[in-house]
Design a protein around this ligand. Sequence first.
Ligand code: ARG
Length: 457
Amino acid sequence: MAKMWAGRTDSVTAKAADDFNSSVAVDGRMFRQDIEGSLAHAEMLAGCGIITYAEFGEIAEGLKGILADIESGALKIDPEAEDVHMFVEAELTARIGDAGKKLHTARSRNDQVAVDMRLYLREESAEVVALVKELLRAVLLQAKATKEFILPGYTHLQRAQPIVFAHHLLAYAMMFVRDIGRINDAVRRMNVSPLGSCALAGTTYDTDRTFTAKKLGFDGVSMNSIDGVSDRDFCVELISAFALVMTHLSRFAEEVVLWTSSEFGFVELDDAYTTGSSIMPQKKNSDMAELVRGKTGRVYGDLMAMLTVLKGLPLAYNKDMQEDKECVFDALDTVKACLGIFAPMIATMKPHRENMYRAAGKGFINATDLADYLVGKGMPFRTAYKTVGETVALCIKEDKTLEELPMEEYKKISDLYDEGLYDAISLVNCVRRRTSEGGTGAASVNRQIAFVEEFVK
Ligand code: ARG
């Protein structure tokens, strides 16, 4: 196929080489950003007297026509094109002739890739942030409804201490709040215009990079033309932020899978977000949660692939970098799809208060509170810890809970035990008395809810 860059070579490349080289199937999705960047560039060229305003007018009209035609479906992005940048430029020249050939003055495709990616990822990141906020709203909805649902909190997946379900859910809310912070940080660092780097060394034309940067909504201009076109650290940062979103989703997903099992029975998912088995009629599977957990690996893989593409690349642009899009788009699509399904799944799930409470009644999760009770009577904590350990052993032997063990049995172990202990170890009181900042007590839970509510506004 003959190329726009024909000249040095006869440009007749093998079909297999064309196919291997082409990135249009992947970068075609950036056609809007490519046209937006070209419009700003052409206006700058006219403003600097490098092309005439009449030529800019022709270019702008041509580019807007192409945009409208791609959007309406009248123009299909040619799958044989080398990439979206070549496609748009070739189409422009086909439509308007010589003026189209002037568009690429004082610009390189390396600039275009670096600009288009930033514009595209800036927009898409805002969508990811909006999706995370949607999930936060779902978490809030459930948290507000479960402020008094007592269940065991776990460490090592062993019942540890009583908490309320809202507190557990809000732990995830805090993670997602930080995820949004990380995405926004990455976008802020990324939002610098490389346009006008001109392949790598800058240009002899008297251009105005600040003009195009402003026009495209960048906060500034990259200070070094080599850096501007040859780093993809912003892709690494974004994928890394997405990977952490996936980590948090995956842990949450795993808990949903556990909670919906008959062994736990803490939560029931809405039928709309579950599947059945082809053979076992009783099954209601948490496929959405499992898939989210499963897809986490893809995003980790994208991050590793992106880092590896960059490792050892000499400055400036190398074709290896074309692979950046496959990594970052896959991570982006995956995180969006996962958030998109997770938020409504959480919003519609039904927490089962009784099952949670029943689980909380087993496993001696109020043992710490019993020890604290003895401390209140003057016993040193380490001694109290040991005394309660012996009490638990006695309960196990007699197949009783701490609440069920009669006072005369308690007295056999320690004189400091008295009737007040039953009140101290009631699960409701255990939760109520955890008033420390950030704890599972009501005031702290309400503060967290208010904070997240304010955040998603
Ligand atoms: N499609 C390519 C990419 O995404 C553009 C290549 C630009 N530069 C070059 N000198 N070949 O990286």
